[in-house]
Structures are given as C-alpha cells and as structure tokens.
Design a protein around this ligand. Structure first.
Ligand SMILES: Nc1ncnc2c1ncn2[C@@H]1O[C@H](COP(=O)(O)OP(=O)(O)OP(=O)(O)O)[C@@H](O)[C@H]1O
Length: 564
C-alpha cells in the first residue's frame, strides 16, 4: 500500500515525503538521546550526591536542544500538512482529469456524488495514509529505542513491561482491524448518500415542493447523515478508547510490578532512581504506542478510499498510455468540406439488443437534416455515435475522409479533434446558477468574454428581447440549472451558448422542444439566415420543424431511413 501510494506521486512530492521521513527520524533520535542524558544525569547525581559545573552546563545545553527540537517539530508538522494537502490536490487533478476524459460509457456508470467523493475525499485520505505509515514506522522505531533504554535500566521489569505493551497493542489492533475497515467503508458510503440527498433536493426542487415530499427528502437526508454520524462517532470512540485502554492497562501493570518489588524487594532506596527512569520511559512510550495503533487503524479505515483510488489510477495510467500513443500519431485538422457520411453502423449498448444494424446515412455539407423517430428509437444514440462519444461495434463515421471510429484517413492513422468544427446542444441542457453572460460564454475565461458576441448570439437565439427587459440584462442570475427562467428561455440560452462558438456543424438534440411553434420556427430561420453555409442536424419530434429541413431521416427498425 505504502509503496503503491508513494509510487503514484510526482517527483517533487516523492522528494517531499522522503524529506519528511528523514526529518521524522531525527525527532526520535533526539528524544532517545535526551532521555538517555536524563538517566545519565540522575545516575551521576544519585551516585555522587552533587552536580559538577560541567554537568550543570550540559543540562542547560539540553534545555537549548529541547527548544530547538520544538521549533524543528513545528517545521516538520508544516511540511507534513503541506505534503498532505498539496499531494492530495495533485492527485485530485489526476482523478478529475480521468473523470472528464473517460468515455461516455464509463462516465454513465458513476453518480456525480461518487465522483465528488473520489476527487475530494479519497485523494486526501490516501495521501494521509503515507503520513500515517511514516508515523507508524517512526513511532515504532522510537518505541524500540525507549524499550532498549527501559530494559537497560530496569532489566527484567523493562522486558516484562515492553512485552506487555507489545502484546496489548497486538491484541487491540487485531481486534479492531476488521471493524476499522468496516467503519471506513460505511462512512464513505453514507457520506456519498447524504451528499446525494442535497443534489436530489436541488435537482427536483419543484417536484419535491408540489408533491409535498420535503419531509420525505428531509428524512432521507436525516437517515443518511445520522448513519454517517453514527459510524463516525463509533470510529472516533474506538480510536479514543485505545488511548484509554493503553494508559490504564499500563498504569495497572506498573502498580503490579511496584507491588511485587515492595513485597520481595530489599533495598528500596537503591531502586528509587531506576524506578523514576522506568516510569518516565513508560510514560513517554504510551503516546507512541497510541500513535502507532492510531496510524494503523487510520490506514485500515482508509482502505476503501485506497481501493477506489487504485482503480482510478489504473484507468488513469491507461488513459495516459493512450494519450502518449495518440501523440505519436499524425495530428490532423478536421474539415467538413464534403460532408458527414455514416457507413454500415451497428451499435448496441449490450450485445443482445442492437439500436442500429448496418445503418448508413449521408449528410452533405451546408444541408439541414432532421432526425425523427419514436421515443427510444435511438436518436440521441445516433448523435452520440456521430460525434464519437460512443464507439459502434462496427461501421464507420466519416467527416470528409476522416473516420472517427478507426481514427484514420486515406493516408493512414491520425488524430483529429471535433472542437473546432462542431457545436452541440444536448437534450438536457446544463446551466449553472451564474449569469446569462457566463452561461452563454460557458467555457470562456471570465475576462475574455466577448459581450457583444454574447448579445449577438442571444439575438440569434430569439431571447435578446427577454434578456434586455431583465433588470440586470446579461448579468441576470438564472438560478441553479436555470430555475429562475422559463424552460423555453433555458433552451434558447443553451442555443446561444452553442452559437457563441464558431462551427461548421450544429447538432441540436431536441434543442427547441420547449418552444412554441412560432418561436421554434423563428429560431431555426434565424440560425439558417445567420449561419447559411453551415450544416445543421436537428433531432426533433416536431414534424413541422422537420419539414423545414432539406432532408428528413427517420430512425426505425435499427435503420436510418430517408423519408423526405
Ligand atoms: N447509456 C445507456 N445504456 C443502456 N441503454 C441506453 C443508454 N442510453 C440509452 N439507452 C437505451 O437506448 C435506446 C435509445 O435511446 P435514445 O436516448 O437514443 O432514444 P431517443 O430516440 O433519443 O429517445 P427520446 O426521443 O425519448 O429522447 C433506449 O431504449 C434507451 O433506453
């Protein structure tokens, strides 16, 4: 686990954990040294019954050492925290990169809350494991050093005490191990569920209110958050109980040993000094034992995060290999001078049910195409295949001579991105709660937004008159997912967003379905007028709109048939 986690760090982070590990080693060395010095001084004072000036000076020097160690510990803690949060941030970038670059099929397998948890929590938990492991090793080494001193000073009592402590730690760890793993798993699952309830409340706010389901949703959140709180409470209790058990058991053991000495011992004053040393050593060892156990339990607790991260990182490596391979291939600028041609397309989400079987279609450049078909016939699937979001089982999709399925042209393998060529409006539009301006210029840096162009696009999408009347114009906030504007306005803002970028091919998946027929026609006319030479693909259920297009295709019986 440790080797794997340190292996996925970048060079700088790897260097940081090594520096941290070395710095961590210095602390126990100083601790053991300081402790040995105390023993040495006590022995001299007891033996000679007075302190030489050198001894006093040396003791003052040790005060300085302790102060320096304090500063050093603070610095070490700063490095540890920086390592955890910077390391987690870098790791979260990788997971985020994977999430935004993985294919649509993989993307559809996860919920947003699972993704959020992986990016934000699992990454921090995993980097924390590295620090925990270093802590376990360092505390273990320090404990061994103190045990050696203990045995040297108190002979068999030191041996017995060290064995008791070790046994106690082993018993506590092995008894708690499975439980900790289970806590980690449950805590992660309930945290995702509780967070999901917040997105559900935001995503279905109106239905929730109208159906009078606020109490139901509240209970659902209550159940999940309570289960999470319960697991966390139990986990924290178990962790703190370790300290209590350790401390009291060792104290009890110490009194047992003391009782044995008192009963069988002869020269009590002779054993007083070793006894002080013994008790001091044991008291110093207890927090270390606690830290070791705590670290081991934290590692068990984070096991699920580790498994999730490992899975993601395996996919991330594949992604990077794929990117490397594609970098080696010739890069090509995608063109659309002849048109889009779909050849013998066969596709099914599973092997048993096919959506398309040997389907072909030609879309000449500058043409407007309507795609109609019954609900569930495969219109959105067709668009996803056309834009390379899904891979067909067989067949080809050509943009001029470039096949996006095999990623090759007449000259052989090559890579071409669609970004420059295609603008797309999905069936379900995502609008964030920001301003109209920012929702139109969606993937643009704030300071680079061309407001004149935003207004031009709003005009083309037939929504400028509405926006103009709003108190803040293009700076009006539209609410999360556009809840503060009408459904038709939402669609027209999405349309304006699609028009904001330059394109040769505009693909609209029921993008005007929420508009009345008159506005829908006005929008399409306006696009055709302003983007007269562009190619248009419109998925629609409205025959009146379809009839406005040059060609109408119908998806039926796993084929794409030209009907007009
Ligand atoms: N990710 C997916 N995994 C499995 N099946 C899917 C997936 N997406 C869609 N389907 C199924 O594929 C079929 C075609 O879906 P698609 O969304 O392409 O239909 P559509 O013609 O666009 O429908 P509508 O007009 O209702 O939007 C449907 O039966 C649907 O349930």
């Amino acid at each position: 686990m440790f080797r794997y986690l340190t292996g996925i760090l970048d060079t700088r982070e790897r260097m940081t954990w090594k520096i941290y590990a070395v710095l961590s080693l210095i602390s126990p060395i100083v601790d053991i040294f300081s402790f040995s010095v105390i023993i040495y001084i006590i022995n001299i004072v007891v033996r000679e019954n007075q302190a030489s000036p050198e001894l006093t000076a040396f003791t003052v020097f040790m005060v300085l050492v302790s102060m320096l160690k304090c500063l050093f510990e603070l610095y070490k803690s700063k490095i540890a925290n920086r390592f955890v949060y910077e390391g987690a941030q870098k790791l979260s970038m990788k997971i985020y990169e994977l999430l935004i670059k993985e294919n649509l099929t993989e993307h559809n397998k996860k919920t947003a809350m699972q993704a959020l948890n992986m990016v934000r929590n699992d990454t921090t938990n995993c980097i924390q494991i590295i620090v925990d492991w270093i802590g376990i090793v360092i505390n273990g080494i320090t404990m061994a050093g103190f045990a050696a001193v203990l045995i040297y000073v108190s002979k068999w009592i030191g041996v017995v005490s060290s064995i008791i402590l070790l046994l106690l730690m082993a018993v506590v760890f092995f008894r708690m191990r499975t439980r900790m793993r289970e806590y980690g798993e449950r805590s992660r699952a309930w945290s995702i569920k509780a967070n999901s309830q917040i997105t559900i409340a935001y995503g279905s706010f109106k239905e929730m209110k109208i159906d009078d389901r606020s109490t139901f949703v509240l209970h659902k959140y209550g159940d999940a958050s309570q289960a999470y709180a319960q697991v966390q409470g139990e986990y924290k209790y178990k962790i703190s109980s370790i300290g209590v058990i350790l401390q009291n058991s060792i104290m009890a053991a110490m009194f047992v040993i003391l009782a044995v000495i008192l009963v069988f011992g002869t020269n009590l004053s002779a054993i007083l000094a070793p006894m002080v040393v013994y008790i001091t050593a044991l008291v110093r060892m207890l927090p270390m034992a606690y830290n070791v156990l705590n670290g081991m339990n934290n590692v068990e607790f984070a096991e699920k995060s580790y498994e999730a991260l490992k899975e993601c990182m395996a996919e991330y490596s594949l992604l990077k290999e794929e990117e490397k391979r594609s970098e080696a291939v010739r890069q090509k600028t995608l063109t659309l001078q002849k048109g889009v041609s779909v050849r013998n397309l066969t596709f099914g989400y599973s092997d048993r049910v096919h959506i398309f079987q040997d389907a072909s279609i030609d879309i000449p450049v500058g043409c407007s195409i309507a795609v109609i078909g019954a609900s569930g016939a495969g219109k959105t699937t067709f668009v996803d295949l056309l834009l390379g979001l899904l891979k067909p089982q067989s067949g080809h999709v050509f943009f001029d001579d470039y096949d996006i399925v095999t990623q090759s042209d007449a000259e052989g393998p090559c890579r071409a991105g669609m970004g420059e060529l295609v603008s797309y409006i999905p069936q379900t539009v995502y609008l964030n709660g920001e301003t109209i301006r920012n929702n139109v210029a969606f993937f643009e840096e704030e300071e680079e937004v061309d407001e004149a162009r935003v207004i031009e696009c709003l005009k083309c999408a037939q929504i400028w008159e509405d926006v103009r009347k709003m108190p803040d114009g293009i700076h009006t906030l539209i609410g999360e997912n556009g809840t503060a504007i009408s459904g038709g306005q939402r669609q027209r803002i999405a349309l304006a967003r699609a028009l904001y970028k330059d394109f040769e091919l505009l693909v609209m998946d029921e993008a005007t379905a929420a508009l009345d027929m008159e506005t829908e026609k006005a929008v399409i006319d306006s696009i055709r007028q302003i983007k007269a030479d562009k190619t248009l693909i419109m998925v629609t259920h409205h025959m009146s709109l379809a009839n406005e297009c040059d060609v109408v295709y119908k998806i039926e019986d796993q084929k794409i048939l030209r009907v007009r």
